[in-house]
Design a protein. Structure first.
Length: 144
């Protein structure tokens, strides 16, 4: 994509978002582990919010680094063998192929703002234990 094509695409997309309004639109329940809404979706980076409905088993992403900011809810976060509580205001950063997950959600709705660099494809998910799920059970997009 050339700089001109990127600028034209950017100019034609919404660039200001109300995170809490988007949160209100998310379903109270989901068959998938999480539901997300993309704010931007470019090759170099994507931004989105996602709501976690139940524990997220240990997994990693092959192609992107993730930067997560907890907007609401509380839970336990796992990163490379360490665990820490996560709640509103917690910022988490981890690189591609770093094993992570949310083994426990204590307070709902648990919503996270994510910046993925480069863009995180929806199917870029590898579960440590393959029986825990796959891309289709992991995430449902709520951009409709």
């Amino acid at each position: 994509m050339t700089n001109q094509e990127y600028q034209a695409e950017t100019d034609n997309k919404q660039q200001i978002f109300d995170v809490f309004e988007e949160l209100r639109k998310m379903p109270d329940q989901s068959e998938s582990m999480l539901t997300d809404v993309y704010f931007s979706d470019f090759p170099d980076a994507s931004s989105r919010i996602f709501r976690i409905y139940r524990e997220l088993p240990l997994h990693y992403h092959e192609e992107c680094d993730e930067h997560l900011y907890v907007v609401s809810g509380r839970g336990l976060f796992h990163l490379d063998g360490q665990e820490a509580k996560a709640g509103p205001g917690t910022f988490l950063r981890f690189g591609r192929r770093q094993v992570h997950g949310f083994p426990r959600i204590d307070e709902h709705p648990f919503v996270v703002l994510s910046i993925d660099v480069p863009r995180r494809r929806p199917d870029d998910i590898v579960f440590v234990n393959p029986e825990d799920g796959d891309a289709s059970s992991f995430m449902a997009r709520n951009n409709g």
